[in-house]
Design a protein around this ligand. Structure first.
Ligand code: NM2
Length: 497
């Protein structure tokens, strides 16, 4: 059967994006207040649920991987792998990790050094050790479990029961039957997926745009204007629209391969031209801290001091990963035929964690060192709300200019592209009927979503501020908590069949 566009889902999702973005652009102040109130409620009152979701996901994945179920192969016992291990890993890494890592790896420590966790004294030795560590945790094993759970929950029934839909609702077939995608419940679930992804990617481009603009301004010695930011968005959209137009193997795979090598080389370059020993010592130290305090980090709710550290950081991050989770599930399912569940879980969580840690250990520690040595006033800039300036200054302070600054801009652009092309792919796959394994959604449809994904970040830039950007992701991730629980029950049912 030929793939067809699911017009109900398509219209509802595109309509909601427009309905939300217009008031944000027209009445930024009022929208900002509403968004702020929602942020407080979700992070404050619902935060605990997010933390439990992380713990439960980790345990479920460990159980599935370590028991006999781990040896089940996606697509049947003799299914061959479509992509080599290296391409598979770079595709999944580049799909799930975007410009956000370049942003946060460079300056996340600055927030933690000044407002440390666990009641540590700001600027103290203890604060510094945690500052070098906490970012790795927020992009580490626990976080990757939020990606991996929906992947297993979608991939297993998709290949095992040969479901003709690659959608989030596929993860619920064990509970509600194979035809769930055609029923109102399935439609609602798939609608939630699209909106969650729009919110999640909105945060990424919303952060990346000012950062890229600041770096371009630094490179050419020009001023960072709104016009420059729009030019950046336009260029990014053109790039990922082209990539998704080319399709999965020609566009997305080629770019991901390039991305992995350029980004990896950049991180290593920073390590070796920067304070190598400082970075490696902190990296090793962080590893110890994280392993030793793994449970503590996952269950710390700060009930006594109530510093808001958990709400402002861990909960925000879990919401962000959660919002991307189903999309990762759909995308990684598409590229994982022929792998066993154990390979999928260990490969995805292990490689993802290591990849993210690399950026924090090299770039993050270098930036912290520059600040501590008085080379770049990174903390001062961050405290003044000029995080992107801090990033641009750090990048401009790396030796061998202008090479590192250009490389940083290039890597960030490719990261944006490889996240958004796969996101456009996943949304168009979701809003397509009868998509069999191996088939692709229509070209125009993929390109449409590439453009639609840029609308929310543009509106968020009108609102301005980190809180507005953080809020969108908290709001959209909320329904995914409920779906997450249903997904786990459904997965165990299907595994038992
Ligand atoms: N996550 C991994 O911009 C990005 O890096 C997108 C962000 C969810 C925190 C992903």
């Amino acid at each position: 059967m030929k793939p067809r566009v699911d017009w109900v889902l398509f219209t509802a999702s595109a309509g909601l994006i427009i309905a939300v973005c217009i008031p944000m652009a027209l009445a930024p102040e009022r929208s900002s207040a509403v968004v702020g109130a929602m942020y407080k409620w979700i992070a404050g009152d619902m935060g605990l649920v997010y933390q439990w979701m992380v713990v439960v996901s980790t345990v479920v994945l460990a159980v599935v991987a370590l028991r006999k179920t781990g040896s089940r192969r996606l697509g049947g016992d003799d299914a061959a792998k479509e992509f080599s291990n290296l391409s598979w890993m770079s595709m999944l890494f580049c799909a799930g990790i975007g410009a956000g890592i370049m942003y946060w790896a460079t300056i996340e420590w600055a927030y933690y050094l000044d407002q440390p966790p666990f009641g540590a004294e700001p600027g103290s030795a203890e604060a510094q050790e945690w500052a070098a560590t906490y970012g790795i945790f927020h992009w580490g094993l626990s976080a990757w479990c939020l990606y991996c759970l929906p992947t297993v929950a979608i991939a297993y029934p998709y290949y095992q029961r040969k479901i003709p839909y690659l959608r989030l609702s596929t993860a619920l077939t064990g509970l509600f039957g194979d035809d769930i995608a055609n029923r109102p419940l399935g439609r609602i679930v798939d609608f939630i997926f699209i909106i969650a992804l729009v919110g999640g990617t909105g945060t990424s481009l919303g952060l990346a745009t000012p950062m890229l603009a600041a770096c371009v301004a630094q490179l050419f010695g020009i001023e960072q204007t709104a016009l420059l930011e729009y030019a950046v968005v336009l260029l990014a959209v053109a790039l990922f629209a082209y990539s998704v137009f080319r399709g999965l193997t020609k566009g997305i795979k080629v770019l991901s391969d390039i991305n992995m090598s350029v980004a990896g080389a950049f991180a290593l370059f920073v390590l070796f031209t920067g304070p190598t020993l400082f970075a490696l010592k902190h990296g090793t130290n962080s590893l110890g801290l994280m392993v030793q305090d793994f449970i503590r980090l996952n269950t710390w709710t700060d009930p006594v001091l109530k510093t808001n550290f958990v709400e402002d950081w861990s909960i925000f991050y879990w919401a962000w990963w959660l919002a991307y989770g189903p999309y990762m599930g759909i995308f990684v399912t598409r590229i994982s035929r022929g792998r066993t569940l154990r390979e999928l879980i260990f490969g995805m969580v292990g490689f993802g964690t290591l990849g993210c840690a690399l950026f924090y250990i090299t770039i993050g520690n270098t930036a912290m060192w520059m600040d501590l040595e008085g080379l770049v006033p990174a903390r001062e800039l961050v405290a003044a709300g000029q995080a992107e300036q801090a990033i641009a200054s750090v990048m401009a302070a790396i030796p061998w200019q202008p090479l590192p600054l250009i490389a940083f801009i290039l890597v960030t652009f490719i990261f944006v592209t490889t996240t958004y092309d796969s996101a456009s792919y996943a949304i168009s796959a979701s809003a397509t009927r009868q998509l069999q394994a191996g088939q692709n959604p229509a070209r125009w449809h993929r390109v449409f979503w590439a453009f639609a994904l840029a609308v929310l970040p543009l509106a968020l830039m009108f609102l301005g501020g980190l809180d507005a950007i953080k809020s969108s992701v908290l709001v959209v991730s909320l329904p995914l908590l409920v779906i997450g629980v249903a997904m786990i029950v459904s997965l165990f049912r299907t595994l038992r069949e």
